[in-house]
Design a protein around this ligand. Structure first.
Ligand code: ACM
Length: 534
């Protein structure tokens, strides 16, 4: 079968509306049509991915494709091949060949087969995303030859169930839509001033007390004053069995869930549960009902360190992720400055000041996680007072923290407010639902370049990838979560997956218009596109 290589790549991909854009793609005339008799063929570990394909395609097709154990191409079939010799495709790459005779998906690792399936779903009519049998449709795939692999290994989104609890069912759906865009990392911001959202067996009060607040601020923290509250209790948490389910569900879709346990700041819900963890143990605090940076901070006693490490033990049992996020941002030091016992602790440890104390605090966690075979990641404030030896930095206050960390030989995930804060407005605030502030239009996300010019080639290797943040203060429910995430996450998916050289906003927009047909069928509550400016 001669493949057409005429015309530019953008023209071909624009026609198919693939997001993220594959590394290489050639189209050819003709289609392959999937019928109830089309077998899925796989063997060994590839069988699990073929089963995922079977399950994924069945609802809309209204039939389960027969699964045959075997290997090697065969006519009329969809063949799933694990081939370790295809090392140039990396851990997540794949090749997808569709001819009029059949389909072959090859990858060196299981993840590649899964991402190949995601491309295949996008090549089918958008009706494939329906959840019940669609009548009168031909399930055709256009003839293509695709070679595809990601640019970055960390392709993340972060959600914040601490500010508004995200029900498990919504999280599972969120993972499904992420995986469709070939994201592979979901950071769960599990603890904050306004709620503690993970069951810890050793410390039940964290969820008996810390998972519930009396009421919630109405309107924008900064602009809607005097403050009003809704008078309605809010809360919820994931049991350990819920967490196991979420982690397994994500792993089946080759998404790693990275848990975040905030320290030493953003600790109010924990301190409300166990006042001895705070700097004023005689004070009774409630779980916070208002947004913004809070003064309450963990005290740096041996007991608090032991408490947090106990929490991390249970977290590590639940989350196989190599990276464990310990927050580290916005730790206001006023209470440390005012506390005699904390000042005595600083002297006892031979430290210079509160910044060094924060660094010491993080180091206790870094040592602990490293001893357990894990890696610490934290927001860029963990650079203050000296970076812990094993730490990876998530750069949010611009790129500078990430640049400094990479220069020191530390790994970095880029998550700057300027390009990845999906809690910012997507258009003029007067036309948009209430949000935190800021402005982050789709095109700005698309223009993001995670590797700063300041870094040389060797240092650039430390940029693991990038992540979009969905802070939850103004995201009260699943519909709003999707509205803030999409289509900006489509743009970010392309930034972290597709080659830098092929970046072209106009082409992306044309593909996105096709792609939104899929999201419509999935009932993803994406923000509508602005009219095209060109
Ligand atoms: C952050 O936005 N405080 C990481």
């Amino acid at each position: 079968m001669p493949y057409s290589t005429s015309g530019n790549r953008e023209e071909h991909t624009a026609n198919l509306g693939l997001i993220p854009q594959p590394v290489e793609m050639r189209t050819a005339p003709g289609v392959f049509t999937i019928t109830p008799q089309t077998p899925l063929v796989a063997t060994g570990e590839a069988l699990a991915e073929a089963r995922m394909a079977q399950d994924t395609l069945a609802p809309a097709m209204g039939f389960r494709l027969p699964l045959i154990e075997g290997d090697g191409p065969r006519n009329g079939a969809i063949v799933w091949l694990l081939d370790e010799t295809l090392t140039e495709l990396g851990d997540e790459g794949y090749r997808l060949d569709v001819t009029t005779e059949g389909v072959v998906i090859r990858a060196p690792k299981r993840a590649g087969l899964f991402f190949g399936l995601q491309t295949m779903r996008q090549l089918l009519p958008p009706a494939i995303f329906r959840q019940a049998r669609v009548e009168g449709i031909e399930w055709t795939l256009p003839c293509v030859s695709i070679t595809d692999y990601p640019r970055f290994q960390w392709r993340g989104l972060m959600v914040d169930p601490a500010r508004h609890f995200i029900p498990k069912s919504a999280l599972l759906r969120f993972i499904d839509v992420m995986a469709l865009h070939k994201f592979n990392t979901l950071q769960l911001h599990l603890t904050d001033d306004q709620g503690w959202r993970i069951e810890i067996r050793k410390y039940p009060k964290l969820t008996e007390i810390g998972a519930w607040r009396d009421e919630t601020l109405i309107g924008n923290l900064l602009h809607d004053t005097p403050h009003k509250f809704d008078g309605r209790p809010h809360g919820g948490y994931y049991t350990q069995d819920d967490i196991r389910e979420i982690v397994r569900y994500a792993a089946d879709r080759h998404v790693t869930v990275v848990p975040e346990i905030e320290m030493p700041g953003h600790a109010r819900a924990a301190i409300a549960s166990y006042p001895e963890l705070g700097c004023n143990p005689d004070q009774r605090l409630s779980v916070r009902t208002i947004w913004g940076v809070c003064q309450d901070i963990f005290n740096p006693s041996d007991e608090t360190i032991a408490f947090l490490q106990d929490v991390l033990v249970e977290v590590m049992e639940l989350f196989p992720s190599t990276f464990i996020h310990i927050g580290g941002d916005e730790a206001v030091k006023d209470q440390w400055k005012a506390s005699e016992s904390v000042q005595a602790r600083i002297r006892e440890l031979g430290l210079e000041d509160e910044e060094e104390l924060q660094s010491w605090f993080i180091r206790q966690m870094d040592d602990f996680l490293t001893r357990h075979g894990r890696r610490l990641i934290g927001w860029d404030e963990i650079l203050q007072g000296g970076l812990a030896p094993g730490a990876t930095v998530m750069s949010w206050r611009g790129m500078d923290g990430g640049i400094a960390a990479a220069r020191k030989g530390h790994d970095v995930v880029m998550a700057p407010t300027s390009h990845t804060y999906f809690d910012y407005y997507q258009g003029p605030p007067e036309d948009e639902p209430l949000a935190w502030g800021g402005l982050l239009p789709l095109e700005t996300v698309y223009d993001f370049e995670p590797i700063p010019e300041e870094l040389d080639k060797e240092q650039s290797r430390h940029i693991l990838g990038a992540q979009g943040q969905l802070w939850g203060e103004y995201i009260p429910d699943e519909r709003q979560l999707e509205y803030m995430a999409y289509p900006r996450a489509c743009a970010l998916a392309e930034v972290v997956w597709s080659p830098k050289e092929g970046r072209d906003y106009d082409g992306f927009r044309q593909r996105l218009e096709r792609h939104l047909e899929r999201l419509k069928v999935l009932d993803v509550n994406y923000r509508p596109l602005d009219p095209a400016s060109r």
